[in-house]
Unconditional design. Structure first.
Length: 119
């Protein structure tokens, strides 16, 4: 189990901004980190991901508005969300892919943080 702690969700008006944070404790070898979101009645979808080398990947809906970043020294992950829309309303979950000693990776999830965007 990978302990992840998220923060930064909340209620914001359309057009506003939020910054989500996710910290991984006691993890020594992280491959990739990222954010998913899940809205009521919808499938979980990848929002943004970032590798240990800094390569990023975004959902089309997030491109140009969201920025994912990480601080490797702190094992921290961030998601800066600008120009928020009501359709961004969801529970946002961070994940970490931890490298295993004998190869492969293990994914751990945060508990989720609610983001609500009012129109």
């Amino acid at each position: 189990q990978v302990p992840l702690v998220e923060s930064g969700g909340g209620l914001v008006q359309a057009g506003g901004s939020l910054r989500l944070s996710c910290t991984a404790s006691g993890i020594f070898s992280i491959a990739a980190m990222g954010w998913y979101r899940q809205a009521p009645g919808k499938q979980r979808e990848l929002v943004a991901a970032i590798t240990n080398g800094g390569s990023t990947n975004y959902a089309d809906s997030a491109k140009g508005r969201f920025t994912v970043s990480r601080d490797n020294a702190k094992n921290a992950l961030y998601l800066q969300m600008n120009s928020l829309k009501p359709e961004d309303t969801a529970v946002y979950l961070c994940y970490v892919d931890q490298r295993l000693p004998l190869g492969g990776t293990m994914r751990g999830w945060g508990q989720g943080t609610q983001v609500t965007v009012s129109s």
